[in-house]
Ligand binder design. Structure first.
Ligand code: BES
Ligand code: ZN
Ligand code: MN
Length: 490
């Protein structure tokens, strides 16, 4: 498992700057103004920083971007990285600035000179999130060797540590999600996934693993149908964190398909390897639990994930099969590749029956169609409650996690009509993400505020983003952590 780069906050010593080795990072405001640390670097380097700050290059640069001065005279450092950042940056710009530090490489020790920098916690968050690299299976790298130190020099270390603590907890959740989502399916089987979640008990999370006989008894036939062609047993994992309040819990539900071949409706070969990330929704749900337990959030939250593998086999479910959901409705399986909604239908129903949540959010890499609609910039967002989804969209915006609402309506719901059963598991080509959401809504009780997030486009990206390397992004952990803080903490 990837560990978060160790970030230490040290007392700023201006006179010590000249002797610091490795890379020294300083901040210069867009108007060229500098703090005491940057001024010292400027003096040591005979005004190299001032010349950069006065250049067209610097003027044209975006907030949070950086320039490198290599092997500066007058200093022991091998490079000075000059980051353009206002003295009072937005959280977003501060994180971008931190990300720029990591993007420049993490092979040498990095010392950030920030005696009086505002939002230094966000700078550190940007650094650790962008430094993440899933290198578990690369041999010959720097295996075993500890990552170079990341030191941040500030005047007030206590204030900086206090500011960073909840953000570090959030980062712990994000990298937990990224690791789970990047992990190949031969390693992250349903059993291994459940074991990693059991590991959250260390943080005080109550974790229960429901096995097949139990799921059978509960009547989760649509979930079990998806997994019946796999050697890996289907499971539902229930996580509970009660940090205070005896109100009904807030519920998170995640699709945890550890691998999706499509089943008998098998997918074409090219790109199928990416379906190792089809448990991304369950990964996000797990990461949020890790974040809130790490920072000991005063909230009552339950999280449930349906862990299955969708494989073709002699025992696999067929197109044309009719299965019964835990709710009692029947579904004709038209396409075995539309499996996520079958898993979620039963887990959503069980969650409401057992916990009567005050609100519920589900996350799933549910449809390719959402990538056609929104690309990799926004998650498809669906809801039955304007106020609840308004709060979520606000939290997502504040965290720079793209989310865009799409409609639900009875006209779309009608597309699920079936000749012999209560519904089909697909609605045809038009509006594929919406009909998938309509399918889920059939398992949401009247009066439960609910949001469905289709994260197929954002959970996993081929190119890096501002705060994420390529591969799993951990999209949604920060927005949901913030939503919990703003709406569900007592
Ligand atoms: N897991 C896929 C959706 C997906 C596609 C996730 C691309 C990430 C990237 C889902 O199970 C699926 O196969 N959906 C089908 C539904 C169709 C059969 C109605 C799809 O989108 O093609
Ligand atoms: Zn899938
Ligand atoms: Mn599928």
């Amino acid at each position: 498992m990837t560990t978060l780069p160790q970030t230490t906050f040290e007392q700023m010593d201006i006179d010590g700057i000249a002797a610091i080795e490795g890379r020294v990072v300083i901040f210069v405001a867009p108007d060229g103004s500098m703090d005491a640390g940057a001024k010292r670097v400027d003096r040591l380097t005979k005004k190299a920083v001032s010349r950069l700050a006065g250049s067209k290059k610097f003027e044209d640069a975006e907030p949070g971007s950086s320039h490198m001065i290599g092997f500066p005279v007058g200093m022991a450092a091998e490079a000075v990285q000059v980051v353009k950042l206002s003295r009072k940056p937005t959280a977003s710009d501060a994180r971008k600035a931190g990300a720029a530090v990591s993007r420049a490489g993490t092979d040498t020790a990095v010392s950030v000179i920030a005696p009086t920098m505002a939002r230094i916690g966000d700078v550190a968050l940007g650094m650790v999130l962008r430094a993440y690299d899933f290198s578990a299976y690369r041999t010959g790298g720097n295996d075993g060797e500890p990552d170079p130190a990341l030191t941040v020099y500030v005047n007030d270390t206590d204030a900086a540590k206090a500011e960073y603590a909840p953000l570090e907890a959030q980062a712990q959740g994000v990298i937990f999600t990224r690791d789970l989502t990047n992990e190949p399916a031969n390693v992250l089987t349903t059993t291994e996934f459940a074991e990693r979640l059991v590991g959250l008990r260390e943080l005080g999370v109550e974790v229960e693993v429901l096995e097949e006989p139990e799921l059978e008894k509960l009547g989760m036939r649509t979930l079990l149908g998806v997994g019946q062609g796999s050697e890996s047993p289907s499971k539902v994992v229930v996580m509970q964190w009660n940090g205070g309040g005896d109100e009904a819990p807030f519920a998170l539900v995640g699709k945890g398909v550890v691998f999706d071949t499509g089943g008998i409706s098998i997918k074409p070969g090219p790109g199928m390897e990416e379906m190792t990330m089809d448990m991304g929704g369950a990964g996000v749900v797990s990461g949020v639990m890790k974040s809130i337990a790490t920072r000991k959030a005063k909230a009552n939250v339950v999280a449930l994930v349906g862990l299955v593998e969708n494989m073709p086999d002699g025992k696999a479910q067929r197109p044309g099969d009719v299965v019964k959901t835990m709710k009692g409705d029947t579904v004709e399986i038209i396409n075995t590749d539309a499996e996520g909604r079958l898993v979620l239908a039963d887990v959503l129903w069980y969650t409401q029956e057992r916990f009567k949540p005050s609100a519920m959010v589900d996350l799933a890499t549910l449809t390719g169609a959402v990538i056609i609609a929104l690309g990799h910039e926004n998650a498809g967002t669906f809801s039955n409650d304007d106020s609840f989804v308004g709060d979520f969209l606000k939290a997502a915006k504040e965290e720079d996690e793209g989310a865009w609402r799409l409609p639900l309506s009875p006209d779309y719901d009608r597309l699920l009509k079936n000749r012999i059963a209560d519904m089909s598991n697909i609605g045809g080509r038009p509006a594929g993400s919406i009909t998938a959401a309509q399918f889920l809504q059939r398992f949401v009780k009247e009066g439960t505020p609910w949001i469905h997030l289709d994260i197929a486009g954002v959970a996993y990206v081929a190119k890096g983003t501002t705060l994420s390397n390529k591969g799993a992004t951990g999209w949604g952990v920060r927005a949901l952590d913030r939503l919990i803080r703003d709406r569900f903490e007592v």
